[in-house]
Design a protein around this ligand. Structure first.
Ligand code: SAH
Ligand code: F3S
Length: 453
């Protein structure tokens, strides 16, 4: 053990809120800590380092994270020299104010400074001064560790940081800074390393992957073509696509590359052109339909998912009806649906929040009910279809069964032998609820081992 590890080693616990990008940031922080000899424990109480990696995209998410951080940092729950850290988007957004709001936390670390985590911990250990590190929001992020991924079979990787769009409701540009795309070579190298380690499916992450653009002017399609060439990698997923930046070339690459999966997450936010304009989404429903039509035409077996906000400032009942109508027309496989939540510092927060809470709740319920009905119908339509699934392991809710996802990102539960885990298998869908599908394996024993493994 080195002297540094001697001083620093201990246990850590990271609690993650919010999106996949936050999940991946947590994997990177875990890598940085484990490089220095820390070991993970699951309980917040009793860990030497406790990190709350927070989300501020909606008020509810922020509230959940901060209440937990406050509870844990309260003296009675802390072992004497434990360090409580708040990282992520709330940290970046609030900075020093957060130290005042939560008097018992020790550190506030922003969305780019977290790569300095070990150095900041060391500094705190030496001088005991509470730390706020939220300065470097404009800086490209260079990560010097191998993230600790709990799921080896399916891994996430960041292809870009930040967002240059200015959707009026969204706090992300403020908390994640300017957009910056990692070079293709770096991403390919990282994915090759993952594949050597057993990864078969990679999900590339960005706030708006379709605007990926390197300094050498390589775009998202170039990246997908490069990843598609990696031996031993079977599946590539990507999220999130903003309709604004979705080009025909990006849609075509999905159909052209065998390894790129046929699911498109295309947040529409509203089905009304005036509301979309006020949201500054920079597309209209006509353009949205065009992208969806092209995607569907090129991928006969596909799924389409979305995000929708109800009760945006000034949204009328008729405009909300346009959202319902678009949802009926699109027939999404599933959707994330939210009540509008004003975020301080965004342009929409300056607009009158004039749809009452009761009305927002009613609209959300109506939308969820509609989408639930469509999801169930669509899953019923799957019965009798054959899908290729990547078998992940035991089914979480059905003992004695396995689970895996289709190329279209739907979860299938089925009976099969354990040796299928980590392999792809053909299944026929035999039943479906709103949230998952049941299937039976068609793959014969002799076909189980993949030649690419
Ligand atoms: N670029 C990312 C956006 C991250 S925010 C993406 O497209 O996924 C994820 C979702 O949260 C958004 O698509 C939006 O539907 C929702 N959201 C963002 N800000 C919100 C707000 N102020 N109120 C309610 N929902 C919001
Ligand atoms: Fe937010 Fe719009 Fe960017 S939703 S993350 S500003 S694309």
């Amino acid at each position: 053990m080195t002297e540094e590890m001697d001083i620093m080693a201990g246990s850590y616990c990271i609690v993650t809120y919010g999106c996949q990008m936050n999940e991946h940031d947590s994997e990177i922080m875990a890598g940085l800590l484990e490089d220095r000899g820390y070991s993970r424990i699951e309980a917040e109480q009793g860990a030497d380092i406790v990190i709350f990696n927070t989300c501020t995209v909606r008020d509810g998410a922020e509230h959940r994270a901060l209440s937990r951080a406050q509870a844990i940092s309260a003296a009675k729950l802390r072992s004497d020299d434990s360090i409580v850290i708040v990282s992520g988007c709330v940290a970046q957004d609030q900075g020093t104010a957060l130290l005042e709001r939560l008097p018992q936390i020790d550190m506030v670390i922003g969305t780019r400074d977290y790569v300095r985590l070990p150095e900041l911990i060391e500094r705190y250990r030496v001088d005991g001064e509470r730390i706020v590190a939220v300065e470097d929001i404009a800086k490209p992020l260079a990560v010097d560790t191998i993230p600790v991924r709990r799921n080896k079979l399916r891994a996430f990787t960041n292809i870009m940081y930040g967002c240059n769009n200015r959707c009026t409701f969204c706090i992300v540009p403020k908390t994640r800074g300017e957009e910056w795309s990692r070079p293709i070579g770096d991403i390919v190298e990282e994915v090759k390393r993952l594949v050597n380690d057993g990864t078969r499916e990679v999900t590339v992450l960005g706030q708006n992957v379709n605007s990926y653009m390197t300094e050498k002017r390589e775009d998202f399609a170039d990246l997908l073509y490069a990843l598609n060439e990696i031996d031993g990698l079977w599946r590539i997923r990507y999220t999130t696509s903003n309709p604004k930046s979705c080009r025909d070339r990006h849609i075509n690459v999905v159909a052209d590359c065998e390894k790129v999966m046929e699911n498109l997450h295309l947040p529409v936010q509203s089905g009304d052109d005036r509301v979309l304009r006020v949201m500054k989404r920079a597309y209209n429903t006509k353009r949205y339909r065009y992208i969806v039509d092209l995607f569907r035409e090129r991928n006969p077996l596909h799924s389409l998912t979305t995000d929708i906000i109800v009760g945006f400032p000034s949204e009328t009942r008729e405009e909300f009806d346009n959202t319902l109508n678009l949802v009926k027309e699109m027939r999404y496989d599933s959707a994330f649906m939210f009540m509008y939540s004003p975020r301080a510092g965004t342009p929409a927060a300056e607009m009158p929040n004039d749809v009452s809470l009761a009305e927002k709740k009613a609209r959300l319920k109506e939308l969820i009910d509609l989408q639930e009905e469509i999801s169930i119908q669509k899953n019923q339509e799957e019965i009798g279809r054959t899908h290729e699934i990547l078998v992940e392991g035991p089914a979480r809710k059905s003992p004695g069964h396995l689970q895996g996802r289709t190329r279209t990102d739907k979860m299938v539960v089925f009976q099969g032998q354990d040796r299928l885990v980590g392999q792809t298998a053909k299944v026929e869908i035999t039943g479906g609820s709103g949230h998952s599908l049941l299937g039976k394996v068609l793959t014969r024993e002799s076909e189980v081992v993949q030649s690419t493994a």
